[in-house]
Design a protein around this ligand. Structure first.
Ligand code: FMN
Ligand code: FE2
Ligand code: FE2
Length: 399
């Protein structure tokens, strides 16, 4: 195996899966995903988390090769989701004298997943506990619900490397480069980092904010997540994004227009609205057909933009299904603080607008724009006026 060094005596022993099509069997992956694991091989050796079954074999080989003729002293389990815990039993069996280091909640999950908890060779840590492993001092910082309740981060206070569990992760397999500053050009990391964050942990903004607060004052030099590349330069860039995302502040003062249209008339209205916004000088506009874009992208775009136009045909007395699903997702992900405009359509009784308004009441701090576009089957003369009025109102509120 080729050894990849993160710093001095710390190595990358994770692996990528480029065959996987759906993360958590729901989120589309265009370019796979990586499952990261790290090995500290200083005075003592410590492995941080394992990987998904899909890459378990190569992971174990990497661990063995990185250890050489040394034994594994500690195995630290930060997160018990199967994409990281799948190989716990293999690690415990391969290294019969290894000591498992985890917290109470994770230990209970280990028992549940594996029917055994290795209590006879285990250290249970509490929040902020430290463990000295020779030339490295480890501190365990609990981060409950920064994806699951048992999650903790491990800070190597000697090197300033934060093994941050799912936080600061990104979709996408690694392509050799393990550091973000080498893996990405400019800001191209943002799209998949945002889609990962918003969909996977977006719901738990309060808990993410709390975890970040616990880390202020620590001298963090690297963020080593469980997915995607490691951050060692411009750490502030991703920390700034997390500060925004976790408090549901928009990143861009911009409009995203999302429509659900059966025959195309609602789509036409939205395209006209976007064209009028362009006439009025709005930039960075994005139009999406909810039937043709996975909802995870729409959730991410809704976290990014300050203004959202939601457009839907009426469908069996309800909101057209793709928009219904989109609304359910932004509500369940706790999206807040947005300005929203509505376009509705129906041939005999256009109720979709009223129904969307009702759904939006479940969200915090939503400013609903007063001008609504109501299409009856196809666009009529009166619609042009209402589209122009809504465009004016949007631009006024963008100022
Ligand atoms: C299965 C189905 C159910 C519909 N239910 C309603 C309805 O309950 N109320 C209504 O006014 N129109 C209903 N319509 C009609 C559409 O809402 C209407 O044709 C609308 O103009 C479609 O907009 P679009 O061209 O953007 O698809 C329904 C259409 C379909 C295919
Ligand atoms: Fe997770
Ligand atoms: Fe994960």
């Amino acid at each position: 195996m080729i050894k990849q060094t993160i710093s001095n005596d710390i190595f990358y022993v994770g692996a990528s899966d480029r065959r996987i099509k759906l993360f958590e069997n729901i989120y589309p992956l265009d370019r796979g995903v990586s499952y990261n694991s790290y090995l500290i091989a200083g005075d003592k050796t410590a492995l941080l988390d394992s990987v998904d079954d899909a890459v378990g074999k190569v992971f174990l080989q990497k661990v063995k090769d990185a250890l050489g003729d040394r034994d594994l002293d500690y195995f630290i389990v930060n997160h018990m989701e199967p994409d990281h815990c799948a190989c716990i039993e293999d690690v415990m069996n391969t290294f019969p004298s290894v000591t498992l280091v985890t917290n109470n909640k994770a230990a209970m999950m280990i028992q549940e997943y594996f029917g055994y908890d290795w209590a006879e060779r285990r250290i249970i840590v509490k929040d902020n506990d430290t463990l000295s492993i020779g030339n490295h001092e480890l501190k365990f910082v609990f981060a409950p619900m920064v994806h699951w309740p048992e999650v903790m981060m491990t800070l190597d206070t000697t090197t300033g490397i934060l093994f941050s569990a799912d936080a600061f992760g990104t979709f996408g397999a690694l392509s050799g480069n393990i550091f973000a500053d080498q893996a990405y050009k400019g800001d191209e990391w943002q799209e998949e980092s945002r889609r990962y964050y918003t969909n996977i942990v977006g719901k738990y903004g309060v808990q993410v904010k709390n975890a970040l607060a616990k880390l202020t004052g620590e001298d963090i030099k690297m963020l080593a997540p469980l997915h995607g590349p490691i951050w060692r330069k411009d750490i502030d860039k991703i920390l700034d994004k997390y500060a925004k995302w976790s408090t549901y502040q928009y990143e861009d003062k911009a409009v995203v227009l999302i429509y659900g249209s059966i025959y195309g008339h609602t789509a036409e209205a939205v395209d006209m609205l976007a064209a009028q916004l362009d006439n009025l000088g709005a930039s960075n506009l994005k139009v999406y057909d909810a039937s043709n874009v996975d909802v995870s992208y729409l959730v991410a775009e809704s976290f990014r933009c300050s203004h959202i136009i939601i457009a839907s045909a009426t469908y069996n007395g309800a909101i057209f299904t793709p928009i219904e699903r989109y609304l359910a997702e932004i509500i369940s992900h706790n999206l807040q603080n947005r300005t929203i405009g509505i376009v509705e359509n129906g041939t005999w009784s256009a109720t979709s607008g009223t129904l969307i308004t009702k759904e939006l009441e479940k969200m915090k701090n939503i400013t609903l724009l007063g001008n609504k576009v109501s299409v009856k089957a196809a666009l009529g003369e009166n619609n042009l006026d209402s589209i122009k009025a809504l465009a004016e109102e949007i631009c006024e509120s963008l100022k």
